[in-house]
Structures are given as C-alpha cells and as structure tokens.
Design a protein around this ligand. Structure first.
Ligand code: IPM
Ligand code: MG
Length: 352
C-alpha cells in the first residue's frame, strides 16, 4: 500500500515524539511491504513564530491532500498571552473544523504492566479498565457564535440534528464492536442542545437493538467515572463535555503518556495524535514518552488504512517492550529500566 502522510510535530515535545512515530512507520513499511512517504508542516506556536499564523495555508492544504495526518502537540507558555484568534490552539480547531474531523476517539485503557500507576483503589478498577470516549469534535460551543463587549462575553452551544445523528451513530457502531454498552452524556436537565441530543439517541436506539443505552448528566458522569469507572464502555458526548471527561478518564488510567487518539471524517480520513500536551518543560531533552504517539500510529493503520495486522503488530511491540521492563521517566517505577525517548522508539521498532 502506498500512502502519503502529513507530519505536524507542532511545539514542545511534539517534535521529539513524532520522530519516534516515523521510526515505527518505517519499520512497518519494511516488514509488511508498504510505501509510506512524508511531508512535514508547521502548526501551532512554531507556525506563529515563522509565519504569524497558527495554521498556515500551506499546512492546511498539505494535510488536506495527504492520506492521513500525525500531529504531535501544540502550545506553550511563550504564546499564552496572545489573543485567542492567533493562539497555537487555533491550529487544532482549524484542522478539525476545515477537514471535517467530527469524530474523536479517545480510549482510556489501563495497561496491565502499569496498573500501579492508576490512582484509584485496586478494588475499584478490578482487573482493568477499557473505556472509549467518543467526542463530537467540530460542533457545539467550540464552534458556535461568540462575542465580547465591555461588560460581557458569550459563547453559543448549538447542535444541528445532522451533527448529533452522525456522532451518535458512530457511538453505536463502535459499541457494537465492543461490549455493546453505550452511555450518552449530556446536560438535558438544563440545556436545549442536550435535550435534542437525548431525543436523537432515543430515536436511533431501535436501529441498534444489540446495544444497551444509558444516559447520564455530565456532572453525574464525572462523578461516576471516579466512583465506578467499570460501568462504562463507550461514552458518546458533545465537544465540551468530551474534552473534560476524556481528560478525567485518561487520568484515572495513570498513564496519560500512553494514550492515543483519532479524529475521523466520515470517509475514515483522519488525524492522529497523543492525548497529552506539548510539555514544553521537557522538550528536546530526550525524556518524553513516545508511546502515545506510536499507539496513535497503530490507530491510523487500523482506522484510516484498514491495516489490521500492522496495527496489531504495533500494539504487540509496545506490550513486549513494557513486558521487558523498559520505561520512560513518566511511567518509571522502582526496579524498571529507565530509557529516553529515542531508546523507547528504537526498542519498539526492534520489537517489530
Ligand atoms: C484537546 C485539547 C484541545 C481541546 C485544546 C488544546 C483546543 O484540550 O484536544 O482536548 O479543547 O479540544
Ligand atoms: Mg482537552
């Protein structure tokens, strides 16, 4: 298979970890006989410094013309004081919005090798946790009308029927491939947009009779994630609630440096990135954990290219290296073998 991949390392450790993802892709193409080519583009703070814009046209065009995108992370204290229209985060929203990447998959998994890192009591997590947050990514309050005057400011949460239907259907389809439980999260006791959301989930449910559906208000969902996370399999929710709950879910796994994500369009074109941020304090020091980005490569092979054996191979290679006790600093515990970013990338490529 011939594929052209857009690399958008971004800022901070983004540069360190995307390099390791490429190492793994290169090994995959060798081993399975594919041909991957790459172009690298600026986005975020580095793009502001170079061009004055967080998302230069060249980046957007290059990404749109690629077969898939791998993104590192954007942002850092250097750009925090800029007005929101030209902050690094705008690059992310621009890519998501312009490319129509409405379906954001954020798995929260406890790796058995890292189970002590989970901050919850063992009796609460039992023998593990495997939650998939399905977050709507191109609508809601992030993209609604907004404004500001001297004495007030506002943002609007608007969802169309079509926007809700397509993400809820994704939630159902993903639940069908897992344990067939889907929890829809909203704030239907207060918000009109959530009432519409809930009505649509109820209306579509009979089309997926094998999936059992529940509804939770977002405040309760936040509480239940800590109280009894094992009740969840697929969580489907809007943009803002999904942003917050996916961070919460990732934290209860105890290893945010391990978690990948996918942002997909209807036709399975996608952008893949780690859940964690740009960690500017450790950038360029060869200590960041590249595994979340490497697992994002695995998701890309699976969801956009349909290369299941290759995706399985990436996940198995990561598991093997963890089994052999290699750890980057963020997941290190006593008795383990401490390695840097590049060594971790090399080890995973070798395990492949
Ligand atoms: C995320 C981030 C972004 C979001 C920010 C950086 C715009 O928090 O990907 O979750 O809120 O969507
Ligand atoms: Mg977030």
């Amino acid at each position: 298979m011939k594929k052209h991949i857009a690399l958008v390392p971004g800022d901070g450790i983004g540069v360190d970890i995307v390099g390791e993802a490429v190492k793994v892709l290169d090994r995959i193409q060798e081993k399975f006989g594919h041909e991957f080519t790459y172009s690298t583009y600026l986005a975020g703070g580095c793009a502001i410094d170079a061009t004055g814009k967080p998302l230069p046209e060249e980046t957007l065009k290059g990404c749109a013309e690629s077969d898939s995108i791998i993104l590192g992370a954007v942002g850092g204290p250097k750009w925090d004081k800029l007005p929101s229209e030209i902050r690094p985060e705008k690059a992310l929203l621009g890519l998501r919005g312009e490319l129509g990447l409405f379906c954001n998959l954020r798995p929260a998994i406890i790796y058995k090798q890292l189970s002590e890192a989970c901050p919850l009591k063992p009796e609460i997590v039992g023998d593990g946790l495997d939650i998939m947050v399905v977050r709507e990514l191109t609508g809601g309050i992030y993209f609604g009308e907004r404004g500001r005057d001297e004495n007030s400011a506002y943002d609007t949460m608007r969802y169309t029927v079509a926007e809700i239907e397509r993400i809820v259907r994704k939630g159902f389809e993903i639940a069908q491939k897992r344990t067939k439980r889907m929890c829809s999260v909203d704030k239907a006791n207060i918000l009109n947009s959530s009432q519409l959301w809930r009505e649509i989930v109820e209306r579509l449910a009979p089309e997926y009779p094998d999936v059992s559906v529940s509804h939770l208000y977002v405040d309760n969902a936040a509480m239940q994630l800590i109280r009894n996370p094992r009740q969840f399999d697929v969580i489907v929710t809007g943009n803002l609630f999904g942003d917050i709950l996916s961070d919460e879910a990732s934290q209860i796994t105890g290893s945010i440096g391990m978690l990948p994500s996918a942002s997909l369009r209807e036709d399975s074109f996608g952008m893949y990135e780690p859940i964690h941020g740009s960690a500017p304090d450790i950038a360029g020091k060869n200590i960041a954990n590249p595994i979340a980005t490497i697992l994002s490569v695995g998701m890309m092979l699976r969801y956009t290219f349909g290369l299941t054996a290759e995706a399985d191979a990436v996940e198995e290679a990561v598991s093997k290296v963890l089994d052999a006790s290699y750890r980057t600093a963020d997941i290190y515990s006593e008795g383990m073998k401490l390695v840097g970013t590049k060594e971790m990338g090399d080890l995973i490529a070798q395990a492949l």
